[in-house]
Design a protein around this ligand. Sequence first.
Ligand code: DGL
Length: 261
Amino acid sequence: MFDSGFGGLTVARALIDLLPDEDLVYVGDTGRYPYGPRPLDEVRGFAHQITEHLLADHDVKLVVVACNTASAAALGELQQLSPVPVVGVIEPGVRSLVAATRNGHVGVIGTVGTIGSGAYQQAVAEAHPGVKLTCAACPGFVEFVERGETSSDQVHVLAERLLAPLVDATVDTLLLGCTHYPFLARTISDVMGREVVLVDSADETAFRVRALLGELDLARPAGERPGRHRFESSGDVEVFRRLGRQLLGPELDDVGAVSWG
Ligand code: DGL
């Protein structure tokens, strides 16, 4: 699995909890984060490069694109070209969103790249045409998470400004359409109000992976040995280890370096 940095760890947590027997390789492309403000073509190139690395150097049996921006930019192509199944986070996120709404008026927040791509607007319109959707890009949120700053006054002030259109639209359910945002859930919930349900794609993505491994007969035998977890970063590995462990938990122990030549 991969993300631009620490955000995909929210999906890694769900995968490790749901599939404790599976081996996991996580690439955090912190040397090139953030993906959100970059042109989608560039992000697509990164997604191909990391997928090739996972296939060639780790012989993975399935790839999870644990990043909404990369899913929006490259999922279709990766699914066509890859010899193994590729799972993104947009469709699972939309499933959680639509399952949770009571009044049919929902919101999605994400990076500039994700919201600008129209991927969520299209996914909701195609699968659930009756649902009313309000979207907002939240530039700056990812940078706070990457600094380990998840509940400061500054992030609260930024959240009040960026989330105002969602508050005004009176959505009853808000999808955190960037894998970094669950780390800001408390701040986002304070601004949106307790009555607004926050959902993310982590659990649904893990369920999708479990279903696919089962269908394709690719699951490791239960109870044989605990899954092994490897983490790699294209940026500062010591920073990744320290902050990643704080965000994910004790499974993040050792971090290897990866570079793109
Ligand atoms: N976590 C990523 C996402 O879900 C990307 C954040 C970024 O690098 O801008 O979109």
